[in-house]
Design a protein around this ligand. Structure first.
Ligand code: PGA
Length: 242
Protein backbone atom coordinates (compact mmCIF):
# COMPACT_ATOMS: atom_id res chain seq x y z
CA UNK A 1 0.00 0.00 0.00
CA UNK A 2 1.24 3.52 -0.75
CA UNK A 3 2.60 5.19 2.38
CA UNK A 4 1.56 8.68 3.45
CA UNK A 5 3.83 11.48 4.67
CA UNK A 6 2.11 14.51 6.19
CA UNK A 7 3.95 17.73 7.05
CA UNK A 8 2.40 19.74 9.88
CA UNK A 9 3.99 23.18 9.80
CA UNK A 10 2.06 24.32 12.89
CA UNK A 11 2.23 28.13 13.39
CA UNK A 12 5.46 28.57 11.48
CA UNK A 13 6.41 30.03 8.14
CA UNK A 14 6.03 33.11 6.03
CA UNK A 15 5.35 33.73 2.34
CA UNK A 16 9.06 33.47 1.74
CA UNK A 17 9.46 30.20 3.67
CA UNK A 18 6.49 28.67 1.82
CA UNK A 19 7.99 29.50 -1.51
CA UNK A 20 11.47 28.27 -0.51
CA UNK A 21 10.40 24.94 1.00
CA UNK A 22 7.72 24.15 -1.57
CA UNK A 23 9.99 25.25 -4.40
CA UNK A 24 12.39 22.47 -3.43
CA UNK A 25 9.68 19.84 -2.87
CA UNK A 26 7.83 20.70 -6.09
CA UNK A 27 10.94 19.86 -8.08
CA UNK A 28 11.15 16.30 -6.72
CA UNK A 29 9.02 13.26 -7.25
CA UNK A 30 8.24 11.07 -4.27
CA UNK A 31 6.83 7.58 -4.06
CA UNK A 32 4.60 8.14 -0.97
CA UNK A 33 1.52 10.31 -0.94
CA UNK A 34 2.73 13.66 0.43
CA UNK A 35 0.45 16.22 2.11
CA UNK A 36 1.72 19.59 3.35
CA UNK A 37 -0.34 21.39 6.01
CA UNK A 38 0.76 25.04 6.26
CA UNK A 39 -0.96 27.67 8.42
CA UNK A 40 -4.37 28.73 7.02
CA UNK A 41 -2.96 31.99 5.66
CA UNK A 42 -0.57 30.17 3.34
CA UNK A 43 -2.87 27.44 2.04
CA UNK A 44 -3.82 29.41 -1.03
CA UNK A 45 -0.27 30.13 -2.14
CA UNK A 46 0.81 26.58 -1.30
CA UNK A 47 -1.94 25.19 -3.55
CA UNK A 48 -0.87 27.50 -6.35
CA UNK A 49 2.78 26.66 -5.95
CA UNK A 50 2.14 22.90 -5.95
CA UNK A 51 -0.23 22.92 -8.92
CA UNK A 52 0.89 20.32 -11.43
CA UNK A 53 2.69 18.21 -8.78
CA UNK A 54 1.32 15.21 -6.87
CA UNK A 55 1.87 16.94 -3.51
CA UNK A 56 -1.40 17.77 -1.76
CA UNK A 57 -2.21 20.62 0.61
CA UNK A 58 -4.06 20.16 3.88
CA UNK A 59 -5.17 22.26 6.85
CA UNK A 60 -4.33 21.93 10.53
CA UNK A 61 -7.85 22.56 11.81
CA UNK A 62 -11.44 23.08 10.66
CA UNK A 63 -14.57 24.47 12.27
CA UNK A 64 -17.10 22.05 13.70
CA UNK A 65 -19.80 24.36 12.27
CA UNK A 66 -20.97 24.57 8.71
CA UNK A 67 -21.17 28.36 8.22
CA UNK A 68 -22.51 31.51 9.85
CA UNK A 69 -21.78 33.63 12.92
CA UNK A 70 -18.61 31.91 14.15
CA UNK A 71 -16.00 34.67 14.28
CA UNK A 72 -12.50 33.50 13.50
CA UNK A 73 -13.52 30.06 12.28
CA UNK A 74 -12.79 28.49 8.89
CA UNK A 75 -15.24 25.99 7.44
CA UNK A 76 -14.66 22.73 5.60
CA UNK A 77 -16.29 24.21 2.49
CA UNK A 78 -13.83 27.13 2.53
CA UNK A 79 -10.86 24.80 2.83
CA UNK A 80 -12.19 22.67 0.01
CA UNK A 81 -12.73 25.82 -2.04
CA UNK A 82 -9.03 26.70 -1.59
CA UNK A 83 -8.00 23.27 -2.84
CA UNK A 84 -7.28 21.44 0.44
CA UNK A 85 -7.69 17.69 0.22
CA UNK A 86 -7.19 16.89 3.88
CA UNK A 87 -7.50 18.28 7.37
CA UNK A 88 -5.70 17.35 10.59
CA UNK A 89 -8.16 17.27 13.50
CA UNK A 90 -7.67 17.02 17.26
CA UNK A 91 -3.92 17.50 17.42
CA UNK A 92 -2.73 17.27 21.04
CA UNK A 93 -1.73 20.95 20.93
CA UNK A 94 -5.35 21.82 20.12
CA UNK A 95 -6.64 19.47 22.79
CA UNK A 96 -4.31 21.06 25.35
CA UNK A 97 -4.28 24.75 24.33
CA UNK A 98 -7.81 25.06 22.96
CA UNK A 99 -9.51 22.50 25.17
CA UNK A 100 -10.89 20.52 22.24
CA UNK A 101 -12.89 17.55 23.47
CA UNK A 102 -13.42 14.15 21.86
CA UNK A 103 -17.03 14.95 20.83
CA UNK A 104 -15.93 18.28 19.25
CA UNK A 105 -13.14 16.52 17.42
CA UNK A 106 -15.59 13.93 16.13
CA UNK A 107 -17.84 16.77 14.89
CA UNK A 108 -14.91 18.35 13.06
CA UNK A 109 -14.08 15.02 11.44
CA UNK A 110 -17.69 14.68 10.35
CA UNK A 111 -17.67 18.21 8.87
CA UNK A 112 -14.44 17.56 6.99
CA UNK A 113 -15.76 14.31 5.52
CA UNK A 114 -19.14 15.84 4.69
CA UNK A 115 -17.26 18.69 3.02
CA UNK A 116 -15.55 16.24 0.70
CA UNK A 117 -12.16 16.16 2.42
CA UNK A 118 -10.07 13.49 4.05
CA UNK A 119 -9.54 13.75 7.81
CA UNK A 120 -6.61 12.76 9.98
CA UNK A 121 -7.76 12.46 13.60
CA UNK A 122 -4.95 12.62 16.17
CA UNK A 123 -4.83 10.60 19.36
CA UNK A 124 -2.10 10.11 21.93
CA UNK A 125 -1.42 9.51 25.61
CA UNK A 126 0.64 11.68 27.97
CA UNK A 127 3.79 10.44 29.67
CA UNK A 128 1.89 10.19 32.98
CA UNK A 129 -0.80 8.03 31.37
CA UNK A 130 1.81 5.71 29.88
CA UNK A 131 3.71 5.52 33.17
CA UNK A 132 0.45 4.47 34.82
CA UNK A 133 -0.11 1.79 32.16
CA UNK A 134 -3.25 3.59 30.93
CA UNK A 135 -2.17 4.20 27.33
CA UNK A 136 -4.52 1.69 25.67
CA UNK A 137 -7.49 2.86 27.69
CA UNK A 138 -6.71 6.49 26.88
CA UNK A 139 -6.45 5.89 23.13
CA UNK A 140 -9.63 3.78 23.03
CA UNK A 141 -11.39 6.58 24.93
CA UNK A 142 -10.27 9.14 22.35
CA UNK A 143 -11.38 6.89 19.50
CA UNK A 144 -14.79 6.07 20.93
CA UNK A 145 -16.41 9.38 19.92
CA UNK A 146 -15.23 8.76 16.36
CA UNK A 147 -16.55 5.24 16.27
CA UNK A 148 -19.89 6.35 17.66
CA UNK A 149 -20.25 9.10 15.12
CA UNK A 150 -18.99 7.47 12.02
CA UNK A 151 -20.08 4.61 9.92
CA UNK A 152 -16.63 3.18 9.32
CA UNK A 153 -17.73 1.52 6.09
CA UNK A 154 -18.75 4.90 4.70
CA UNK A 155 -15.56 6.73 5.62
CA UNK A 156 -13.11 3.94 4.87
CA UNK A 157 -10.23 5.38 2.96
CA UNK A 158 -11.08 8.98 3.90
CA UNK A 159 -10.41 8.87 7.63
CA UNK A 160 -6.95 8.14 9.05
CA UNK A 161 -5.83 8.07 12.64
CA UNK A 162 -2.50 9.62 13.67
CA UNK A 163 -1.02 8.05 16.79
CA UNK A 164 1.04 10.81 18.37
CA UNK A 165 2.17 10.14 21.94
CA UNK A 166 2.22 13.58 23.58
CA UNK A 167 5.61 12.90 25.16
CA UNK A 168 7.17 12.23 21.75
CA UNK A 169 6.02 15.45 20.06
CA UNK A 170 8.79 17.98 19.58
CA UNK A 171 11.02 16.25 22.13
CA UNK A 172 13.46 14.50 19.80
CA UNK A 173 12.42 11.26 21.52
CA UNK A 174 10.31 9.18 19.16
CA UNK A 175 8.40 6.24 20.64
CA UNK A 176 10.16 2.85 20.62
CA UNK A 177 9.46 0.49 17.75
CA UNK A 178 7.54 -1.96 19.97
CA UNK A 179 5.45 0.87 21.47
CA UNK A 180 4.50 2.09 18.00
CA UNK A 181 3.67 -1.35 16.60
CA UNK A 182 1.64 -2.20 19.72
CA UNK A 183 -0.50 0.94 19.60
CA UNK A 184 -1.08 0.74 15.85
CA UNK A 185 -2.39 -2.78 16.35
CA UNK A 186 -4.69 -1.59 19.16
CA UNK A 187 -6.08 1.18 16.92
CA UNK A 188 -6.60 -1.08 13.90
CA UNK A 189 -8.29 -3.69 16.10
CA UNK A 190 -10.58 -1.02 17.52
CA UNK A 191 -11.95 -0.30 14.06
CA UNK A 192 -12.33 -3.92 13.10
CA UNK A 193 -14.30 -4.18 9.90
CA UNK A 194 -12.79 -0.98 8.50
CA UNK A 195 -9.30 -0.94 7.05
CA UNK A 196 -8.23 2.05 9.10
CA UNK A 197 -5.04 3.76 7.98
CA UNK A 198 -2.86 4.66 10.99
CA UNK A 199 0.03 7.15 10.88
CA UNK A 200 2.69 7.67 13.52
CA UNK A 201 3.77 11.13 14.68
CA UNK A 202 6.28 12.38 17.25
CA UNK A 203 9.91 13.30 16.53
CA UNK A 204 10.02 11.67 13.11
CA UNK A 205 13.16 12.72 11.25
CA UNK A 206 15.31 11.76 8.29
CA UNK A 207 17.15 9.11 10.29
CA UNK A 208 14.23 7.23 11.85
CA UNK A 209 11.50 7.60 9.20
CA UNK A 210 12.44 4.55 7.13
CA UNK A 211 12.51 2.31 10.19
CA UNK A 212 9.23 3.63 11.61
CA UNK A 213 7.37 3.36 8.31
CA UNK A 214 8.56 -0.24 8.01
CA UNK A 215 6.98 -1.27 11.34
CA UNK A 216 3.86 -3.47 11.23
CA UNK A 217 0.65 -1.45 11.10
CA UNK A 218 2.34 1.84 10.20
CA UNK A 219 0.79 3.38 7.07
CA UNK A 220 2.75 6.60 7.17
CA UNK A 221 4.03 9.44 9.32
CA UNK A 222 2.89 12.86 10.53
CA UNK A 223 5.92 15.12 10.73
CA UNK A 224 6.14 18.40 12.66
CA UNK A 225 9.50 20.16 13.08
CA UNK A 226 11.33 18.23 10.37
CA UNK A 227 8.69 19.16 7.77
CA UNK A 228 9.89 22.79 7.84
CA UNK A 229 13.25 21.81 6.42
CA UNK A 230 13.05 20.96 2.73
CA UNK A 231 16.10 18.69 2.69
CA UNK A 232 15.12 16.71 5.77
CA UNK A 233 11.48 16.41 4.74
CA UNK A 234 12.63 15.14 1.33
CA UNK A 235 14.75 12.51 3.10
CA UNK A 236 11.70 11.40 5.08
CA UNK A 237 9.62 11.16 1.91
CA UNK A 238 12.33 9.14 0.21
CA UNK A 239 12.64 6.80 3.19
CA UNK A 240 8.87 6.22 3.48
CA UNK A 241 8.42 3.64 0.78
CA UNK A 242 6.01 0.74 1.00
P1 PGA B 1 7.25 16.70 15.77
O1 PGA B 1 5.68 17.03 15.77
O2 PGA B 1 7.53 15.91 14.50
O3 PGA B 1 7.92 18.04 15.76
O4 PGA B 1 7.53 15.91 16.99
C1 PGA B 1 4.74 16.10 15.30
C2 PGA B 1 3.36 16.69 15.38
O5 PGA B 1 3.08 17.43 16.33
O6 PGA B 1 2.50 16.44 14.52
Amino acid sequence: MQKVVVGNWKMNGSREAVSTVLGVLAGRSFEPRVIICPPMTYIDIAVQQLRGTRIEVGAQNVSEFESGAYTGEVSAAMLRDLGCTTVIVGHSERRRNHHETDPEIAKKVERALDGGMNAIACVGETAAERDAGLQHERIRGQLSALRELLDVGFVAGRLSIAYEPVWAIGTGRAAQDDEIADMHRVIKDYFSGGEMSVLYGGSVNGRNAGRIVGLPGVDGVLVGGASLLAAEFSEICQAAVG
